[in-house]
Design a protein around this ligand. Structure first.
Ligand code: FAD
Ligand code: UDP
Length: 360
């Protein structure tokens, strides 16, 4: 008899597994995939380069409790993510900062004078209803068109005006020359990779792991008292209210016989090519090798569910499932798929820690 059956070996499920195991609960954690780590899974490819199977994952948080918790299972490198955007035939820092403006327009603004420039573009009195307004209100139409409109259409197959404002609210506009993608206090990459981090987290005498196993295959075969489910909530309820829409991605790896392919970890292509961005993993992992692997991300509608699509009607549909989930005893729904929310890793870890606090 297990105290908990946990569905999904990503951060949501694994953090719950470890914290409950340390309270002497017996855990069975399963995943339908053939590996642990969920979407953060990484591995060495055939050329010996460490890559992230499901797209680049950079750890960043302001939350000390989260940082201290994951740091029990890994050491970190001090990587700080940098992104260039390819616009009008030139590479420039993204998020937009003082240098972006100077490269784009051949100007000489500094952190004192840029404020006036942004002010001349923005519309402060706008009622911000969607992801387009979010940007236009800060930097006006032209910069919105160059950096956001095309990228968002490629990524979501929707224009920013069709998406909730939270999607582009993730991207700040900078008044200085800081070219880091994230400015959080705690940032880095797990020194030996995410998969090793997960191996360490799940290495506990009270945790049993079962891979290649879908929840529905075993739910009636296993004896358990409580369930923590981190998969898609609509699948759990057999799509009884209809499918929750997700955006999927295709990840294409290319390996080159050169030490270095591009100037930074990620280059975004808002207006050119069919892919959204190219990531070169050696920047993130600091691995040394005479060859290098890049990953191109192509967005698509069919395939594995990666991004819940933040739109009013989707959120309303999710709330019908959520209501259903609240009727169930001893059953908890947590994580990006079960909560149908565009969460970063640290938010999922925080939720998992809070859930276990609450259960206690
Ligand atoms: P997941 O990692 O998706 O884990 C859920 C697991 O449940 C999966 O392994 C799945 O196989 C399993 N499962 C589902 N259904 C079933 C079932 N029926 N039976 C058995 N198993 C099941 N966050 C950051 O903080 N920084 C980043 O740089 C970052 N980059 C990202 C890039 C991309 C391309 C994407 C898509 C996401 C990125 N994220 C990033 C977000 C991050 O991936 C998530 O926050 C995190 O993976 C969520 O963890 P989770 O456990 O909720 O879900
Ligand atoms: N975005 C954009 N241009 C860019 C980068 C991001 O328009 O160059 C928008 C896009 O809608 C994207 C959102 O901002 O989905 C959030 O970007 P982020 O880099 O946080 O996305 P993620 O890493 O989650 O894919």
């Amino acid at each position: 008899m297990f105290d908990y059956l946990i569905v999904g070996c990503g951060f949501a499920g694994s953090v719950c597994a470890r914290t409950l195991a340390e309270r002497n609960k017996k855990i069975l954690i399963i995943d339908k995939r053939n590996h642990i780590g969920g979407n953060a899974y990484d591995y060495y490819n055939a050329s010996g380069i460490m890559v992230h199977k499901y797209g680049p994952h950079i750890f960043h948080t302001e939350n000390k409790r989260v940082w201290d918790f994951v740091s029990r299972f890994t050491k970190w490198n001090d990587y700080q993510h940098r992104v260039l955007s390819y616009v009008d035939g030139k590479m420039m820092p993204f998020p937009i900062n003082v240098d972006t403006i100077n490269i784009l327009y051949g100007t000489r603004y500094d952190s004192q004078t840029i404020d006036g420039f942004y002010k001349s573009l923005k519309n402060e009195n706008m009622d911000i209803k969607n992801s387009k307004d979010m940007i236009v209100s800060k930097v006006g139409e032209t910069l919105y068109e160059k950096f956001f409109r095309g990228y968002t259409k490629k990524q979501w197959d929707l224009y920013p005006e069709e998406l909730d404002k939270e999607v582009t609210a993730r991207i700040p506009i900078r008044f200085d020359r800081d070219d880091r993608y994230f400015i959080n206090k705690y940032q880095g990459m797990p020194l030996q990779g995410y998969t090793r981090l997960f191996e360490n987290m799940l290495d506990h005498k009270n945790i049993k792991i079962m891979l290649n196993t879908d929840y529905f295959e075993i739910k009636d075969e296993v004896n358990y008292q409580n369930l923590i489910y981190t998969g898609p909530i609509d699948y759990f309820f057999n799509y009884c209210f209809g499918n929750l829409p997700y955006r999927s991605l295709e990840f294409v790896q290319e390996t080159y016989n050169m030490e270095c392919y591009q100037k930074v970890g990620t280059v975004n292509y808002p207006n050119d090519y069919d892919f959204t961005r190219i990531t070169e993993y050696k920047y993130l992992t600091r691995q040394k090798s005479p060859v290098t692997t890049i990953m191109k991300e192509y967005s698509k509608s069919e395939g594995d569910p990666y991004y819940p699509i933040p739109k009013k009607e989707n959120n309303a549909l999710y709330r019908r499932y959520e209501k259903e989930s609240q009727e169930l005893d001893n059953t908890y729904f947590i994580g990006r798929l079960a909560n149908y929310k565009y969460f970063n890793m640290d938010a999922v870890i925080n939720d998992a820690l809070s859930l276990v606090d609450k259960i206690k």
